[in-house]
Ligand binder design. Structure first.
Ligand code: BG6
Ligand code: MG
Length: 217
C-alpha cells in the first residue's frame, strides 16, 4: 500500500546532508586537469546536481565530439573511482550541522521523508552516514529518465510517498536541483548562498536553521 502523509520533505544528499558536493567537484576538477581542459570557477556552480554523464559532457564542452562513447564511459568510471576513494572512512561524523536533527524532526512530525539524489553512490553514502533507515523512500536514480533540472526525480519521490507535489518541500543546494523542484510544482528550499540560488522560494545557510513547521503550506 502506498503510504500517505499530509506533507512531505524531499531532500537532496550531496551538499545538503553531507559535504560530498565538494568531493564530486574535486574529482571532476582532477579529471579536467588530466585532460588539459579548462575548469573555471563558474563550472563549480554549473556542475552541482548534474548526473555523472551530464557532468562529463559539461566538462568536455566543445571537445565532447572527439571522445567515443567507450572513452567517455572510461572517463566517467575514472572520476567515480576518484570520488569513491575520496569518501575515505566516511561516518556519521560527516553529517553536516543540523542534518540529523532536521531529518529526525520530519520523522517526529509524522511527515513523509524521501531522498532525491542524482548520485548512483547515494545508498553507499546513506549507509556510511547511518541515516538510511530514517527515509520512507529513496528514489532509485537508475530508474529516472531525465536528470535534474528535469522534475522527474522529485515527482517520483512525491508519488512514492503518496503526497501531491503542492504539499512537498524540495531541499537542494544546486541551481539545477532548485529548478527541478520548482518545475515539479513544489516549494523550493535552497541550502547555501541566496545569490547562487535566485530561483529558490527561500534559502537557509544550512540545515541547522531548518524547522519543518516553517514550510507547511
Ligand atoms: C549529485 C551531485 O548529487 O550526484 C553531482 O550533486 C553528481 O555532483 C551526481 O555528479 C551524480 O553522482 P554519481 O555518484 O552518480 O556520480
Ligand atoms: Mg546537491
Amino acid at each position: 500500500m502506498t503510504p500517505s502523509f499530509s506533507h512531505a520533505f524531499i531532500f537532496d544528499l550531496d551538499g545538503v546532508i553531507t559535504d560530498t558536493a565538494r568531493l564530486h567537484l574535486a574529482a571532476w576538477h582532477g579529471l579536467a586537469r588530466r585532460l588539459g581542459l579548462p575548469f573555471d570557477p563558474a563550472m563549480e556552480a554549473r556542475l552541482r546536481g548534474l548526473s555523472r554523464m551530464d557532468s562529463l559532457d559539461l566538462i568536455l564542452g566543445d571537445a565532447a565530439s572527439r571522445f567515443s562513447t567507450e572513452r567517455k564511459q572510461a572517463l566517467a568510471d575514472h572520476k567515480n573511482a576518484a570520488y569513491v576513494e575520496s569518501l575515505g572512512d566516511m561516518s556519521a561524523a560527516d553529517l553536516l550541522p543540523g542534518a540529523l536533527a532536521a531529518l529526525q524532526a520530519v520523522r517526529d512530525g509524522g511527515w513523509g521523508l524521501a531522498l532525491a539524489s542524482a548520485s548512483m553512490n547515494a545508498h553507499t553514502v546513506l549507509q556510511r552516514l547511518g541515516i538510511a533507515p530514517l527515509f520512507h523512500h529513496v528514489v532509485d536514480v537508475a530508474a529516472i529518465a531525465r536528470g535534474k533540472p528535469a522534475p522527474d526525480i522529485f515527482l517520483a519521490a512525491a508519488q512514492a510517498l503518496g503526497v501531491p507535489p503542492a504539499h512537498c518541500v524540495g531541499i537542494e543546494d544546486a541551481a539545477a536541483g532548485i529548478a527541478a523542484v520548482r518545475s515539479a510544482g513544489m516549494f523550493a528550499l535552497g541550502i547555501g548562498d541566496p545569490l547562487a540560488l535566485p530561483e529558490a522560494d527561500r534559502v537557509l545557510p544550512g540545515l541547522d536553521a531548518f524547522r519543518p513547521t516553517d514550510f507547511l503550506h
